[in-house]
Design a protein around this ligand. Structure first.
Ligand code: SAM
Length: 385
């Protein structure tokens, strides 16, 4: 047995009664193969767990049948990051040998990761927002209202701007010259970046206008990169709306100019200054199952079905907002939506125990958003610890 083939995890004996510590040692060593994992007395105070790899089903069925005092071992093991899963086995050691790219970290540093954002001038000092600004649904032009919000005071922005498709919004023209549209959009985004905390995230739901050959998601991406925001991810929101009404084929059965059909939208996520966001551990509310499912960044979520009820032409579903909020913010964080519509982000923020600011230029949508959010009961803080 070569001890270099294991990671070692120390566990205090005082976690167990004397007889249970001996019982644990012998039962685990009997059940698991020595090449997988084993336990050994280290000294009078500690036990060492030697961990190489294990079959996940075998591991789960062992601990499921065991009394409470065994579970400390399971929790200790689960706190360690495995390198990956191979054939149903969780591997903790030697995984690097099997990887195509060796010395990944060193190479990343040498290449200069997110080089485009390194020389940013973002201030690191974050500021507190005054109470009267928090949990507000505001009727205003975001460009004006955001000027009343201090620099570096918002944790997460999640928004879906108008796409300039020609929809019938209550208060705005949704079909203007592209350059004018982009100038207006980016003036509001400039304010958003200013109010975002250092380490805060900006998630934008966007869809290109294929008929105009405007790759809006790329144009928005270039804007963020020019602003020295760090690209975190692109989520493909698969709406599965194959029965969308348009029947255009472009050049039917000819390569001259075929017309493409899309059933998805994008969510682009950028970070200000730092890809890591700090927060209190007790404010994390994402479960292991949610995390495992949602980090695969293609999300299949049906489009919002209640648009008629709210008389709004372009709402996104609460599930999309719920995932973004839980993946990118902590409970009690402040969430901003500068194109708040009928308050989807604010309603979800309240449901998920976050604070919100939702701004929309339409009085009608603002009224509906206020009524909607008022109906959401105040949530108790979730503690997963
Ligand atoms: C795509 S919708 C957002 C819908 C929202 N996500 C929801 O689920 O209800 C865009 C919204 O931006 C609003 N809007 C357009 N220009 C604005 C501006 N300058 N300031 C604030 N809101 C604006 C429109 O009234 C519209 O409700």
């Amino acid at each position: 047995m070569n001890k270099n083939n294991y990671i070692k995890i120390k566990i205090k004996k005082k976690n167990f009664k004397q007889e249970s510590s001996e019982n644990i040692l012998s039962e685990i060593n009997k059940y698991f193969d020595e090449n997988e994992l084993f336990l050994k007395k280290n000294n009078d105070n500690d036990i060492l767990i030697y961990l190489n790899s294990f079959d996940i089903n075998k591991f789960e069925s062992f601990f499921n049948e065991k009394p409470e005092y065994f579970q400390v071992i399971k929790q200790k093991i689960n706190k360690n990051k495995s390198y990956g899963i191979d054939n149903g086995k969780k591997i903790y050691i030697d995984y690097n040998k099997e990887r195509k790219v060796k010395n990944r970290k060193k190479k990343e540093t040498a290449r200069g990761k997110y080089y485009y954002a390194k020389d940013n001038n973002f201030k690191k000092q974050n500021n507190k927002l005054t109470e009267e600004k928090i949990n507000q649904i505001v009727c205003a032009d975001s460009l004006e209202y955001l000027k009343t919000i201090p620099d570096n005071s918002i944790d997460l922005i999640f928004t879906s701007p108008p796409y300039n498709f020609g929809l019938d919004y209550e208060a705005t023209d949704d079909s203007i010259k592209w350059q004018q549209y982009l100038d207006q959009l980016f003036a509001i985004f400039d304010e958003c970046i200013r109010v975002l905390k250092y380490g805060g995230r900006f998630a934008v739901n966007i869809q290109p206008l294929f008929s105009d050959y405007i790759p809006l998601h790329h144009i928005v991406g270039k804007y963020f990169i020019d602003k020295k925001m760090i690209w975190k991810t692109e989520i493909l929101w698969e709406k599965n709306n194959y029965n969308c009404k348009y029947t255009a084929w472009g050049s039917w059965k000819s390569p001259s100019s075929p017309y493409f059909k899309y059933t998805w939208e994008f969510v682009e996520v950028y970070c200000k200054g730092d890809i890591k966001k700090t927060g209190k551990k007790e404010n994390i509310d994402i479960t292991a199952d949610e995390f495992k499912e949602w980090v695969y960044s293609k999300w299949s979520i049906a489009p919002e079905r209640n648009m008629k009820e709210y008389d709004h032409p372009a709402m996104f579903p609460e599930e999309l907002a719920r995932r973004i909020l839980k993946l990118f913010s902590y409970q009690e964080d402040i969430i901003l939506d500068p194109f708040g519509g009928v308050g989807t982000v604010a309603a979800v923020a309240k449901k998920e125990n976050r604070k919100y600011i939702s701004i929309d230029i339409s009085e009608e949508y603002t009224k509906k958003a206020r009524e909607r959010v008022k109906k959401v009961p105040k949530q108790l803080k979730l503690n997963l610890e």
